[in-house]
Design a protein around this ligand. Structure first.
Ligand code: NAD
Length: 434
């Protein structure tokens, strides 16, 4: 089928590439012409394992191309998938300006009847608004059906997730449009759930809010564990073995970040407020997460009350491993607090340093390896559990740091691994090892 994908970010590009991989003819459009130029040179503008190779293969096969022209992308298309960003607006709700612009451009350039699929995460009721916006801005000669198809891929394993996801959600009011959109995703071999528009939109927010709740729950428990002398790692293991609870998303740490959980929990709370309902669980999840990002700084200040001129190694900047995404990464707040307290930060991240420069302008010295980051520094702080960082030997910290002290915001090491290494090791929800 001939399909256009609007927006070539993490979601749009992966979706376009994967749909071309299963044989569809895909045009990906972005208004950022520098991105489109890079894509036309077969270069991926984002880091995502396996993406660039699959992209090159499908460009060469003639099934995938890129444009910054709506006229080109809309010509003769049956289906258009919207995957533009929906960041957090100042009032906490989802910012729909990019979506509205995309609707207007679609309306002005469509050449036939069309199904518009919204993959971006959007508040309940937005797909009805998408239909109205497009109908309002075009001359009425073509019909528009809308489908909600929220995305569940995870950055860092996005290609794998597309072909091995737990479910694909297709929501709509027109049975024919739902069936047609279902058929384009069938080759992925993932279970497809069909529902109405509003339930589909809600499934995405409900899922992210539930996962965020698991994280904030275990983080609050980790704070309690520290106060009562329990080890949150053992507690989480014991809880997770109960299949009704499950062992995923029970890792205590400095809180969730990224481009989804913070904004989606906030948007869900705003959706509830718009209908005069207090979603107290989600509000508490958000507050807990914000507090959790302070915990590592409090731990540092307890050991080093004066941070003036301290030289600190920060290991990991991305909001999680295997991505270069810095949006709402907990490292941003932590690095800023350390710098505000007078410290010099020497940071290492395997791939997010370039993006980090935008989020932390002038605040950090960027190093090329863990060794270089910790060499001769006063102490180290771990912010992202990259494999490379987890595999770094605890003995080597003790050798390279001026004070052999590590604050681990991601519980990268087992406590037994630290014993007898000469390292003072502060982690989350577990006893300190001296
Ligand atoms: P992104 O910011 O990486 O990419 C969005 C792209 O859309 C950008 O390249 C931008 O230039 C382009 N764009 C903006 N306005 C446009 C317009 N009018 N026409 C054409 N292109 C336009 O965003 P993302 O991370 O891919 O997220 C997209 C959506 O998917 C969001 O709603 C997000 O919440 C949701 N989502 C993201 C993830 C994730 O892990 N990133 C997972 C699931 C769902």
């Amino acid at each position: 089928m001939k399909i256009s994908v609007i927006g070539t970010g993490y979601v749009g590009l992966v979706t376009g590439v994967c749909l071309s991989e299963v044989g569809h003819e895909i045009t990906c459009l972005d208004i950022d012409s520098r991105k489109v130029e890079r894509l036309n040179r077969s270069e991926s503008p984002i880091y995502e394992p396996g993406l660039e190779d699959m992209m090159k293969k499908n460009i060469d096969a003639g099934r995938l191309d890129f444009t910054d022209s709506y006229e080109t992308a809309m010509r003769g298309r049956d289906i258009v998938i919207i995957a533009v960003g929906t960041p957090q607006a100042d009032d906490g709700s989802a910012e729909l300006v990019y979506l509205n612009n995309a609707c207007r451009s679609i309306a002005e350039t469509m050449t036939n009847d069309m199904i518009v699929v919204t993959k971006s995460t959007v508040p309940v009721g937005t797909n009805e608004h998408v239909k109205n916006e497009i109908e309002k801005h075009h001359n009425g000669s073509y019909s528009v059906e809308v489908i909600s198809n929220p995305e569940f891929l995870r950055e860092g394993s996005a290609i794998h997730d597309t072909f091995n996801g737990d479910r694909i959600v297709v929501g709509g009011e027109s049975e024919q449009a739902v069936e047609k959109v279902k058929s384009i995703f069938e080759p992925f071999g993932v279970p497809i759930i069909m529902t109405d528009l509003r339930s589909a939109e809600m499934i995405k927010y409900a899922s992210n809010a539930f996962l965020a709740t698991k994280i904030s729950f275990i983080n609050q428990l980790s704070n309690l564990c520290e106060r009562i002398g329990a080890n949150v790692e053992s507690v989480a293991k014991g809880m997770g073995m109960d299949k009704r609870i499950g062992d995923k998303f029970l890792n205590a740490g400095v809180g969730y970040g990224g481009s989804c959980f913070p904004k989606d929990t906030s948007a869900l709370s705003a959706i509830a407020q718009s209908v005069d309902y207090d979603l107290t669980i989600v509000d508490s999840v958000i507050a807990t997460n914000e507090g959790q990002q302070r915990i590592i700084v409090d731990k540092i200040k307890k050991v080093f009350p004066d941070l003036e001129n301290k030289r600190i190694a920060v290991l990991g900047l991305a909001f999680k491993p295997n991505t270069d995404d810095m949006r709402d990464a907990p490292s941003i707040k932590v690095v800023r607090e350390l710098v505000d307290a007078g410290a010099e930060v020497y940071a290492y991240d395997p791939i997010a340093s370039e993006n980090a420069r935008t989020y932390l302008p002038g605040a950090t010295n960027y190093m090329d390896s863990v060794e270089e980051a910790i060499d001769g520094k006063d102490f180290a702080v771990i912010m992202t559990d990259w494999k490379e960082i987890k595999e770094y030997s605890p003995e080597d910290y003790a050798k390279s740091l001026t004070n052999p002290v590590v604050f681990d915001g991601r519980n990268c090491y087992g406590l037994k691994e630290i014993e007898n290494t000469g390292l003072e090791y502060h982690s989350i929800g577990r006893p300190t090892v001296y």
